[in-house]
Design a binder for this molecule. Sequence first.
Ligand code: GLY
Length: 340
Amino acid sequence: MYNRRKFIRLSALGIPLLYSTKSIAGALNANTGNQVGSPIVISTWNFGIEANAAAWNVLKNGGRALDAVEQGVWVPESDPQNHSIGLNGYPDRDGKVTLDACIMDEQGNCGSVAALEFIAHPISVARRVMEKTPHVMLVGEGALQFALEQGFEKVNKLNPESEKAWKEWLKTAKYKPVINIENKSFAPKKLPGNQYNHDTIGMLALDSKGNLSGACTTSGMAFKMHGRVGDSPIIGAGLYIDNEVGGATSTGVGEEVIRNVGSFLVVELMRQGYSPEDACKEAVMRIIKRKPETAKEIQVGFLALNKKGEYGAYAIQKGFSYAVCDAADQKLLIKGKSFY
Ligand code: GLY
């Protein structure tokens, strides 16, 4: 069963408005045929609205998409109420918060960190990996060592709400990914504080020069095994950008995204002519077809933006939302379509 797509605009009056379509108006580059001069940023989940606002401050002034996505995802990385991104995230089963992040620019440059502890902005460490090393990915102790060498501050404290949730979890220590949806009523009853149980922020931006970049950052699955790495720092899984075609990012159970190289798949499907939404849907269907029983129990959502500034999303479960910000509307929140 497919859900009807709803476009919800958070107007200044707080009155939801419904839209049936979203079109992007703007000039086409005479050489490439690409949209220019119409920057846009999109990102996963409701918290994407505030993150997009920070990214928009860069884009609206003619800034680079790469700077926009980095500054955009700083917002949830810094949010003490956010227990799925940054150092305020839920720890692993050993009580350690380990962070995964990656970033990719319009030239195909990319950087990534995985299982990084004690650093408030893993996305910025990922960017330094991209810009200051010959490598793509640094993990664990090596990533921390690099971050400290680069002047990042070491912060060693567990968010009190996250610690409380972890101690509650330790009473049963049952490890099962929870379906992440943007709906309080579905959240696990026992998790204190912010009851939303979604995870990653994935953000995609197109700047006024027509260049794309993306960022993806998370503290990963709550109470995961120590050393577990999800899709978010894996280029091609949690994020992929091809400046000729578009970009894609993912949220949800990372293992299934990695198995299907999800974001790369979405971009390649757009290259073949799929719309962003249809590309995301096909990537979701691959996961469902491969493991139909598993798919009933998990959430995975993809979000895509093409070179023309068209966007779309698709998820396994209902409840996946994403935020869109462009010159016309800085606070658009969309409920993505889903399989169930
Ligand atoms: N998608 C985030 C994770 O699986 O860690």
